[in-house]
Design a protein around this ligand. Sequence first.
Ligand code: Y39
Ligand code: FE
Ligand code: FE
Ligand code: FE
Length: 231
Amino acid sequence: MQQLTDQSKELDFKSETYKDAYSRINAIVIEGEQEAHENYITLSQLLPESHDELIRLSKMESRHKKGFEACGRNLQVTPDLQFAKEFFSGLHQNFQTAAAEGKVVTCLLIQSLIIECFAIAAYNIYIPVADDFARKITEGVVKEEYSHLNFGEVWLKEHFTEAKAELEQANRQNLPIVWRMLNQVEGDAHTMAMEKDALVEDFMIQYGEALSNIGFTTRDIMRLSAYGLIA
Ligand code: Y39
Ligand code: FE
Ligand code: FE
Ligand code: FE
């Protein structure tokens, strides 16, 4: 027999409370996937040697967007896309500025490390408390997000020596933004049975592992992670 947790007993996907929270979280995910799609197209121009692979990733992001749009329709929720655009504006602006300056290391840190780790954490925490329709979609999506994170890790590992200083600077500039983003959706996430502590924990595990794979030492990772705390 299936065991019900306190959380799943209290979740009513059709309630106005749940749907109101979903209108913002679903919008964030739809907007995030759209921006990820655009970011990988930009990266394909900055990294001609990886052009085809990055176009492949950008197409996956559009499919993710379509999947999450279907999740919203399934619950009869209208996503609050205006809220979502503002939610991403800090990271969006920093990515655009870096791209215009040809700072590919910063672009990769923002999209392939920070945003992908944020997505992986959110999707992992969401899957056990999602409605059946959204769970199946999200399970398919999260597998692909690991491959996007892997692209960034492999490229940055290969260029670690030259990239290290720019990575530290980009981390310092962008990690506090992620913390503010998390604080902004803490209440809506809670309504959907996703606890902030769990999101933070999963994000830090993914991000710390990524930094380690790229070549940072444990000591570096502690120092880099501490910038999240001053948000
Ligand atoms: O690479 C990707 O597909 C990432 C763009 C998608 C972003 C997902 C952002 C999820 C944040 C949800 C916050 C819920 C608490
Ligand atoms: Fe995606
Ligand atoms: Fe992705
Ligand atoms: Fe509660």
